[in-house]
Design a protein around this ligand. Structure first.
Ligand code: NAD
Length: 313
């Protein structure tokens, strides 16, 4: 029987599905396995169900002996040297589509919370400062009629566009590799060059995959082209933004704010400069953190392994 290792405590559906076909071992704790254990796991098991915390570098993968498949419980695969894995015969899978709606929803949670100052307003009530209706407190901004620039127009980017259109935003996007096929989006969105997106956007929302090209794409040079001092949102991967540049942009008022589900490095400490700005929200990589999404991810990640070995659930 093939042997599968699950690297993190996940919803039981994953283990239940896999146990029907494989000999399954798992990390039963809700904490990442120590990186020193990964070489041993890739040497002993035929398949691994992994999370973004597990770094399958070339050095780790070189230790693989029996490993045939890695099924990552995420859409991003930047924790795995996929090219090298494939070159030594290991197939790598992810969990696209099932994460799209939850991540797009979170993007708007972050945007609206930031521009309507929800954290400060909530704190105000808890501190018993609400004495009467006040025409001057917590003035934010309205979305309708503004421009959102979406960087990376794949599954999540397009789901964000649909929500943005519902709020009356004008939608621009930059993505060198995408043809918009969705008939509900094509006539209502505008594909623009990168510099135009930077110049014209009131809000910039990042949904590109992390690659050599997109790493550090938002830096002081690109920020200096952001004529409207936009709000920057990142629910993709932290390293697409150069962190020092973002801190400087917030400090110098080059942007109106930032809302980040992902950071670089990740995690960041509570005393990190990004956590100190009133106009910067940082949440701990919770884009996919809904009951529905996590169930579907667990199911799909298990199914990917079952299908890989030519079995049927
Ligand atoms: N915060 C979270 O929990 C969470 C959840 C889901 C997805 N993500 C991340 O969000 C990103 C998007 O996910 P997705 O499912 O939409 O992936 P996707 O593959 O459908 O879309 C990614 C898009 O990035 C585009 N892209 C590649 N290079 C680019 C470049 N140089 N400039 C602009 N665009 C470029 C691709 O053409 C593609 O359309 C991924 O990085 C994923 O890891 C994060």
């Amino acid at each position: 029987m093939k042997r599968i290792f699950i690297t993190r405590r996940l919803l039981s559906i994953a283990g239940e599905m896999l146990s029907k076909y494989f000999d399954v071992d798992k990390n039963t704790k809700n904490e990442p396995i120590h990186e020193n254990l990964l070489p041993g796991i890739v040497a002993e098991y035929n398949g691994v169900l992994s999370t973004v915390c597990d770094k399958f570098t070339r050095e780790v993968l070189k230790k693989s002996d029996k490993l045939e498949v890695i099924s990552n419980y995420a859409v991003g695969l930047d924790n795995i040297d996929v090219e090298f894995a494939n070159s030594i015969g290991i197939s790598v899978y992810n969990t696209p589509d099932v994460v799209t709606n939850s991540t797009a929803d979170l993007t708007f949670v972050l945007l609206l919370s930031l521009i309507r100052k929800i954290s400060a307003a909530r704190k105000f009530v808890r501190q018993d400062k609400w004495k009467s209706w006040d025409p001057e407190i917590f003035l934010g901004e309205e979305l309708a009629g503004k421009k959102i620039g979406i960087l990376g127009f794949g599954r999540v980017g397009q789901a964000v566009a649909k929500r943005a259109l519902g709020f009356g935003l004008n939608v621009m996007f930059y993505d060198p590799f995408v043809e918009v096929a969705d008939p509900s989006l094509k006539p209502r969105t505008t594909q623009v060059p990168f510099d135009e997106l930077l110049k014209e956007s009131d809000y910039i929302s990042i949904h590109a995959v992390l690659t050599r090209e997109t790493r550090g794409m938002i830096n002081l040079d690109s920020i200096s082209m952001m004529a409207k001092k936009p709000v920057i949102l990142n629910t993709a991967r932290g390293a697409i933004i150069d962190t020092d540049s973002l801190v400087q942009a917030l400090r110098d008022g080059l942007i109106r704010g930032a809302a980040l589900d992902v950071t670089y490095p990740e995690p960041i400490r509570g005393d990190h400069p990004l956590c100190k700005f009133e106009n910067c929200i940082v949440v701990p990589h919770i884009g996919t953190a809904t009951e529905e999404c996590r169930y579907n991810m667990a199911e799909l990640a298990a199914q990917n392994i079952i299908t890989h070995f030519g079995l049927r659930q």
